[in-house]
Design a protein around this ligand. Structure first.
Ligand SMILES: [Zn+2]
Length: 272
């Protein structure tokens, strides 16, 4: 069996037989693939305790008929910070579930590899806010997949969104009501339309969930990709909830499914 080396991160694991483990790994060189780690659950295995979800390191693999076999593993990123902190582990679980859903098998995607390994590494760092890290990761993935939300112009009519958009209604100068009879509050966010909906469009049809101009500005900073600037923002609970709500809705719409890990991460989130 030809042997090859790869830098890999473990996305999923299933214990198999008496001591084996079947892994879904994402390698920098060959993309996502299934691999088996034999006897890894025996205490005397050199890889014992090493090959778990989020493990990132150098692997030696032997090409197999049905599945490649992991023969050696040397850790690069230590996962200790995740094991001790449920909200961080829950955020990392979203990263690997999103990765598993968006990656095609045996299709190398080095940009996504960097993003995933980077996010898991950052989530391990107690200095980094896990909610901002996950939001940053989700935005990067949406941009990479071509699903970035429209934030500068209305996702329906294409009109540029000005900063006074929202005050138009709040000031009471426009008394328009949407068909359901409730006063619209301003901008909306619609994953179906592809992003932010201007005040006029949001009045015209059944309104999308409201989004504040402040939340739109935060999303813009996040989308711009200047990590230092984004992490310097001081976000309160409302800000974080708005950011997460928009990004998660956008991602789930494009993946066409709800992610179990996102549901769990929401339940264990630490308030700002
Ligand atoms: Zn519009």
């Amino acid at each position: 069996m030809p042997v090859y080396s790869a830098e890999a991160v473990v996305l999923r694991k299933v214990d198999y037989g008496e001591a084996d483990r079947i892994l879904t790994i994402f390698t920098r060189e060959r993309g996502k693939l299934p691999a088996i780690a034999k006897a890894v659950r025996r205490a005397k295995s050199r890889m014992s305790g090493q090959l778990d979800v989020f493990s990132h390191g150098h692997m030696l693999l032997a090409e197999g008929k049905r599945m490649d076999v992991v023969t050696q593993f040397q850790r690069i990123t230590r996962g200790g910070g995740l094991a001790a902190d449920l909200p961080r582990a829950a955020a990392a679980a979203v990263v690997v579930e999103v990765a598993d859903k968006v990656l095609e098998e045996r299709h190398p995607q080095p940009e996504l590899f960097e993003m995933i390994v980077g996010a898991i590494g950052h989530l391990n760092d107690p200095e980094i806010n896990p909610r901002m890290e996950l939001s940053d990761f989700l935005m990067r993935v949406l941009v990479e997949l071509g699903y970035a939300p429209a934030l500068g112009e209305c996702a329906r009519c294409g009109k540029l969104l000005s900063s006074d958009e929202q005050s138009k209604n709040a000031s009471g100068t426009e008394q328009s009501k949407n068909p359901s009879g409730t006063a619209a509050t301003g901008l909306g966010f619609s994953p179906l339309a592809g992003g932010v909906i201007c005040v006029d469009c949001n009045l015209a049809e059944s309104p999308s969930p409201a989004i504040s101009t402040r939340a739109v500005k935060i999303l813009r900073v996040c989308a711009a990709g200047d990590r230092d600037l984004f992490f310097r923002l001081r976000l309160d609970e409302d800000d974080l909830a708005a950011l997460e709500g928009a990004l998660e809705a956008q991602l789930e719409h494009h993946l066409d499914r709800q992610l179990k890990s996102i549901d769990f991460a929401r339940k264990v989130r630490r308030p700002a």
